[in-house]
Design a protein around this ligand. Structure first.
Ligand code: HEC
Ligand code: HEC
Length: 290
């Protein structure tokens, strides 16, 4: 009698784990959208065989970065990575082999993502089709091309640490802060930088005259004159959901990818949380063009 019980129990348990895995993968897919990973790790106009296989050029004042392959291919992707290695890449900006990443990989924002969310993202990335494609070397100016220089940069400008919610704010604001500051990394474009490429926290989301692709990135703090102070919550919701401005025009430049791969894919609750966070920011005066 007893002998039958064990295999049955095993079967039930495997079923339960499969369900748990399935749930993690689904949650991970959502978080990868909220993290805007696709726009950077997939070439523009790529098809299914390019999905997350890297190779997209990112222009910067320090030269051109080419994103790596993050499909589960064991040789050319991140197939062999451990959970600890994956978490460390985001939290500390360090590769499993000890290399320090350039902040072109926005770990400066991703450092705040929780372990739980990182594990779900890994479960999702492990589930996508592996693509065999070698990484392309970055083409950087001489002073940026030594990875070791990142050690000094990180000492000066990088503070690793997971997001901690603020007790004097409500749950919606805290969810918005987590999405805007960390997963959505909005500040990587919308916050101005110093000459060494570090974000100026005192002007958080106050606009950036030298954004990616040569874009001048607008101020999205509630300043009346140059920010979103005059926008209603539904104006902001339309922009994040379908990319439409209050005057009926549509977003362009690098915001197109953000809307396509990230904010349009979020639940209305998560978009609302981001909007609450933006509207509660201290207003920063002056537009990106000034
Ligand atoms: C703004 C563009 C950008 C975004 C957004 C981005 N990445 Fe990256 N990512 C990069 C670049 C560039 C590198 C390589 C950095 C380097 O070589 O120092 C990188 C490196 C990585 C690595 C390390 C790969 C390796 O072989 O060492 C992983 C893993 C990774 N990204 C996953 C993600 C995930 C998951 C997301 C979404 C949460 C994401 N990235 C979002 C640009 C981006
Ligand atoms: C890759 C760079 C980039 C990232 C990341 C980014 N944005 Fe933008 N954003 C832009 C650009 C460029 C524009 C201007 C688009 C245009 O001129 O059509 C813009 C415009 C906007 C606007 C309209 C404001 C105005 O006055 O024109 C809002 C609101 C906005 N972004 C919110 C966000 C939020 C929220 C996030 C984070 C989820 C985010 N953005 C992340 C580049 C970015």
């Amino acid at each position: 009698m007893k002998t039958n019980v064990v295999p049955l129990l095993c079967l039930a348990l495997t079923g339960a784990t499969a369900l748990a895995d399935e749930a993690a993968i689904e949650r991970g897919a959502y978080l990868v959208a909220a993290g805007g990973c696709t726009g950077c790790h997939t070439v523009e106009d790529g098809d299914e065989s390019d999905y997350m296989a890297g190779g997209r050029p990112l222009e910067s004042p320090f030269g051109t970065f080419y994103t790596p392959n993050i499909t589960p291919d064991a040789d050319t992707g991140i197939g062999g990575w451990t959970t600890e290695g994956f978490i460390r890449a985001f939290r500390d900006g360090v590769a499993p082999d000890g290399r320090h990443y350039y902040p072109a990989f926005p770990y400066t924002s991703y450092t705040g993502i929780t372990d739980d969310d990182l594990l779900a993202m890994k479960a999702y990335l492990d589930s996508i089709a592996p693509v065999r494609r070698e990484n392309r070397a970055h083409e950087l100016t001489w002073y940026a091309s030594a990875r070791i220089s990142m050690v000094g940069w990180k000492l000066l400008f990088f503070e690793p640490g997971v997001f901690e919610s603020s007790a004097d704010r409500d749950a919606e604001w805290n969810r918005g802060a987590y999405l805007v500051r960390h997963l959505g990394h909005c500040g990587e474009c919308h916050t101005p930088r110093n000459a060494l490429g570090a974000l100026d926290a005192s002007r958080e989301l106050g606009g950036n005259p030298n954004g990616p692709e040569g874009d001048s990135i607008p101020n999205i703090t509630p300043d009346e004159a140059s920010g979103i102070g005059k926008w209603s919550a539904s104006d902001l919701s339309d922009l994040l959901e379908i990319g439409m401005y209050p005057d009926g025009d549509f977003v362009g430049g690098s915001m197109t990818d953000v809307v396509d791969h990230n904010t349009s894919k979020l639940t209305p609750e998560d978009r609302q949380a981001m909007i609450s966070y933006l509207r509660a920011l201290p207003p920063v005066e002056g537009s990106a063009d000034e």
